[in-house]
Structure formats: C-alpha cells, structure tokens
Design a protein around this ligand. Structure first.
Ligand SMILES: [Zn+2]
Length: 438
C-alpha cells in the first residue's frame, strides 16, 4: 500500500519522479556528485549584460529548422525544465503558470545582473562542472578561461566552392550552407582575403592552416566539425592532384555534388593532419542530430573508420561527440583505434539515464580511459536555455555513470575501488590526459 501511494505521490512531484528508483550504489553516487567535472562539449551563451545578443554559441544554430518530432524528454512542457528551474533558480512551483514563469525570468535577470561576467561561472558551480569546453564561433565576455576553454568550428573551410546545389536540397540545408558561407567569409577576412585564393595550395596554406593556427593561438584545445549536419561522415582519401584539379577547375560554377565531396574529403583530411601537428583534437558530431532532414545513416561513426585507419592521421585524436547514438555499439568497436574517443553528451539530454547507462557500460567494459563526460548544454529554447540544459546533461550524465558502474560492480566485473576510479576518469582524468592539460 505504502509503495503504491508513494508512487502516486511521486508522480505529482517532478523532483521525486525523476530521482525515484534508480538503483545506484549510494556510496558511488555520493562520490560521483562530489567530482568537479570537465565537460567535453557544450555551447554556453554569454550573459546578457546589454549590447548585442550573443549569436556565437553555434555555427549552425538549430532554432531555424523546419518542424520535426522531438524526443519526449526535450519537448516543450518537459518536467525536466521545472526540475532544472527548482535546482538552479529556487523555483518554488511545480507548474508553468505564466505568473510563475515571469517570476523565474525576473530571478534569472536579477542573478545575471548581480553576477555580471561571473554569471556563467556561477552556473558551472551549480552543476558541479569545473571546466566546460565551449564549442563556439568565438569566445567573449563572461565565457572565458580558465572555466571555459574554446573549441572553434572548422566546417566552413571545407566549402570554398559554389554551394548552391548542396543548399537547394531542403530548407534546413539552405540555412546551414548560408551559415557556413558567412563563417568562411569571416575566416577569409581574418586571413586577409575577400574570396578564396585561386590555387588550392595557397588556400590550404594561407587560409586553412592560418585559421587553425590562429584558433590555436586564441586558446583552442580542439576543433569541431558539424559535418554530419551537412553531409556524410565518410571522408575518402582523395589525391592531392585530383583535389587541385577540382578546386581550380570549378571556380564560381557549381560542380557535381559527388565531385565536390571529393574536394571536401581532401580538405577534411588536410585539416585533421594539421590538427595533429598543432596538438588540437578533432571533435565530430557523430550521432543522430536535430531536424527532420538530418541524415542519420550518414552520421554513423562507422563511416569514420577509414579516417581513423589512415596512418598519416594517427597523430590526431578524434572524439566522437555524442557517442554515436543510436550506433553506440559501433562506437565501442571503434574505441579500439588508438586515436578514437567518445563522449556521451546529447544522449543524456534525449535519453533516460538507464538507456545512457546501457550505452556507456559497453564502452566502460571495453576502453574506459576513452570515455568522456559532456553535457551539450545548448540554448535549445527560451525555457530550456543553456543553463537548464547543463543541469539536465550533468544530472542525467552522473545518474547514467552511477548506474553503469553499479551494475558492473554487482556483476562482479569491477571492485568498488575500481568503480570509484572509473568515475574520476570519466568525469575528469580522461579529459586531462587526452588534452594534455593540467
Ligand atoms: Zn553540440
């Protein structure tokens, strides 16, 4: 009787609801809660302190997409939002009554004013994150080291030719390619050009390498590709001669998509090689993504295998951001490549803790030193802004990790000491080793 009644009560309490019945070892849970995490991937937004609104949190902002079916957890009206409000902003309600939401917005504004440039750091403190990797076009006031480390975008460099045929495929692509063209213009300008130089060699040296080196000098610890939003993750090994011919021969006029892809593939591998030389890890969105036109099969991390197997790219570390979902078992197999890593961001947002735990347990059983914690904190909507998303990602991530380690412990695979050690590795130590960063 007690249980049934308790269950019914919990149903009405957003906080109790989600916390209920996750069989995580209490000692392990306490330890995991204490560890100040390194967040391998997120999109924090600069606090609004007057002036221009921050638009640098993504190279391809997703709020402009065609309507599509969102997973239940992230839909408007998700109880997770209220939980996040209660935990972060002392929200006292269990509902979204307009007057309550208004009170919350006032509270947020007040906090931002009080904390000023320290607001984002304060958010990190609330969610137990020590350092957040900020995947942004540029850093800025209020989002700065040492709490935030920069991961800039390099996709734009892959599209120096006429993109009209690619952009014509659907309305999402139209926006995305326009975004990339705008960013390439910015990069060109920063290199002293208004249009891409005529010869590929000059483009590679004076634009691509220059941009990567400038990003490195600007504090980048890794670079990010959102390629899966634009094309397949299959980057073939195009010869230099063919790339030169394609680049030079197609000035201004669109070339067939398949031919253009070969050039993009060449540029991608060039960038990856340069990143190895510069000590920058390469982050790739490798998972299903937002939008009704997203090509899920094209984002299967197995498509990266020829890149991971390229001996000339073995000095480059690749991180499969979002850990390949739904192809998480494929990721486990790919972790056997010496330069392959994975984080479980996004999964912690779209999926429930048990599903995430199942996915990451296989990685933890296989190559635990290559598993990274991340939130993908992103300003998804007005009510699920980057702060709320950070809370959801951090909370679900810790629960999933706790569940996976508890199960491994119960099955006699690891000792309690090893479980504790693995928790520290996933939340902190693996990242510190990978990025050779103290
Ligand atoms: Zn992201």
């Amino acid at each position: 009787m007690k249980n049934v009644f308790g269950g019914a009560l919990l149903f009405f309490s957003a906080v109790g609801f989600a916390a209920a019945q996750l069989p995580i070892d209490p000692e392990l849970a306490a330890e995991i809660a204490k560890i100040k995490a390194i967040d391998n991937h997120a999109h924090p937004v600069r606090p609004f302190l007057g002036g221009d609104k921050d638009t640098d949190y993504d190279a391809l902002p997703v709020e402009v997409m065609d309507p599509y079916t969102e997973p239940v957890r992230t839909r408007e009206g998700s109880p997770l939002v209220i939980q996040a409000w209660r935990e972060l902003f002392d929200y006292r309600y269990e509902d979204r009554a307009p007057e309550h939401v208004k009170e919350l917005q006032e509270r947020k504004k007040q906090l931002m004013k009080e904390k000023g440039e320290g607001y984002a750091n304060w958010v990190l403190d609330q969610v137990g994150i020590d350092t957040m990797f900020a995947n942004r076009v540029a850093m800025g006031k209020g989002i700065s080291p040492p709490r935030f480390l920069w991961v800039p975008f390099e996709d734009a460099l892959m599209y120096p030719l006429n993109n009209s045929s690619l952009a014509a495929k659907n309305s999402d692509y139209k926006t995305f390619y326009a975004d990339e063209e705008r960013l390439l213009k910015r990069y060109l300008k920063e290199c002293g050009y208004t249009t891409p130089p005529v010869m590929l060699d000059e483009y590679l040296k004076k634009v691509v390498t220059s941009t990567l080196e400038r990003h490195k000098r600007g504090g980048a610890i890794a670079v990010k590709f959102e390629a899966a939003y634009l094309r397949s993750l299959e980057f073939d090994n195009t010869s230099r001669a063919e790339a030169m011919r394609l680049y030079y021969g197609s000035r201004g006029t669109p070339i067939p998509d398949a031919a253009y892809k070969k050039l993009q593939d060449f540029i991608f591998r060039y960038i990856a090689r340069e990143c190895g030389r510069l000590g920058l890890a390469v982050h790739l969105h490798a998972a299903a993504g937002a939008g009704g036109y997203f090509h899920v099969a094209g984002a299967n991390p197995m498509r990266l295998e020829s890149v991971l197997n390229d001996p000339t790219l073995r000095k480059t570390n690749f991180v499969m951001i979002h850990g390949g979902w739904p192809f998480t078992r494929e990721v486990a197999a790919l972790l056997s490549k010496p330069n392959a890593y994975a984080d479980f961001s996004e999964q912690t947002f779209m999926n429930y803790p048990r599903a995430v735990a199942q996915a990451i347990r296989e990685w933890l059983e296989y190559a635990p030193e290559k598993v990274l914690f991340a939130t993908d904190a992103y300003p998804f909507s007005e009510e699920m802004y980057w702060e709320e998303a950070a809370w959801v990602g951090a909370t679900t991530g810790r629960q999933a990790l706790g569940l996976a380690l508890t199960e491994m412990m119960h099955d006699g695979e690891i000792t309690r000491e090893r479980a504790m050690e693995l928790a520290h590795m996933v939340l902190r130590d693996n990242a510190r080793k990978l990025y050779k960063w103290e």
